[in-house]
Design a protein around this ligand. Structure first.
Ligand code: PMM
Length: 273
């Protein structure tokens, strides 16, 4: 899944694809580099970010969704608002990616149920303005799994079909770097549910800290792509369904390496996987 952020202020690529034509061109480039899906979003969720008004989010997202869908892309809309999801689906989007897992907008679950579209349910505890204060867990892997499965139950109660659901641990959303690493190292806690899993580590702050080393300023987002691709390889090997990334080419290669590796492991006589 290639990221098309139509925002002036995303931490990872803020402003680079803010204009409709630039965003569409970026989407087409990601497809050419191997992306299967394009995730179009109009609201930055970086820590501390204010909310974008609905009309502004629609103004950013709809023309880009329309043009990319018309060009044949499988488009996902990255939104917490049911109204935006609904109009994006009408404009040709085929997935809804909701970082709040339905918690930010009480209408979202019913909209998703009625649409039948695949729905990414991310682990979320609160809006960007406050989320860093909510990064408190007893056991982050068990807590995130339990809270996500509670969301799944809530969504099923509102008529969403289990086959629509994709789980996402929500790296960086009310999570410290240590929390993110624990979640990545224990992806089996989510893949073991039997639902498809999406991981979005690309260019996130914890990778910047890792590369800089202890006590140093994190390396800037545009220098985190190699580390992002390394996460893709390991996540793919761990059985995730999708990785959400800003650069498609290296992750496309990483996914192919992981697939060849797993196939060879399974092909050995007597192999159990
Ligand atoms: N992270 C961001 C935006 N959308 N969607 C999902 N499903 N999971 C995420 O972790 C996620 C997301 C923030 O990153 P960006 O500003 O680079 O888009």
């Amino acid at each position: 899944m290639g990221v098309v952020n139509v925002t002036p202020d995303s931490f990872s690529d803020g402003g680079r694809w803010f204009d409709t034509d630039a965003a569409v061109a970026r989407g087409l480039q990601l497809l050419a580099e191997g992306a299967d899906l394009l995730d179009v979003g109009g609201e930055s969720t970086r820590p501390g970010a204010p909310r974008v008004p609905e009309d502004e989010e629609l103004r950013r997202v709809l023309p880009v969704v329309t043009e990319l869908a018309d060009a044949g892309a499988v488009v996902s809309v990255d939104t917490m608002r049911a109204s935006v999801a609904e109009q994006a689906l009408e404009a040709g989007a085929r997935l809804v990616n909701d970082v709040s897992g339905g918690l930010a907008d009480p209408v979202m679950a019913r909209l998703v149920a009625a649409s039948g579209a695949p729905y990414v349910v991310m682990h979320w505890r609160g809006h960007s303005a406050t989320m860093d204060d909510l990064a408190v867990y007893d056991d982050v892997v068990a807590d995130v799994r339990r809270e996500l499965l509670r969301r799944v139950d809530g969504l099923l109660d509102e008529g969403v079909d289990e086959r629509q659901l994709v789980l996402d641990p929500g790296l960086g959303f009310a999570k410290t770097g240590e929390h993110n690493w624990a979640l990545l190292a224990h992806l089996d806690a989510l893949t073991g549910t039997g639902l498809p899993v999406l991981v979005a580590a690309s260019r996130k702050r914890f990778l910047g800290h890792l590369l800089a080393g202890p006590g140093r300023e994190p390396v800037p987002p545009l220098e985190r792509d190699d580390a992002s691709a390394a996460v893709t390889a390991l996540a793919a090997a761990a059985g995730v369904w999708c990785v959400r990334v800003h650069e498609a080419l290296a992750s496309f290669s990483a996914v192919r390496v992981a697939a060849a590796w797993s196939a060879a492991a399974a092909a050995r006589p007597g192999a159990t996987r």
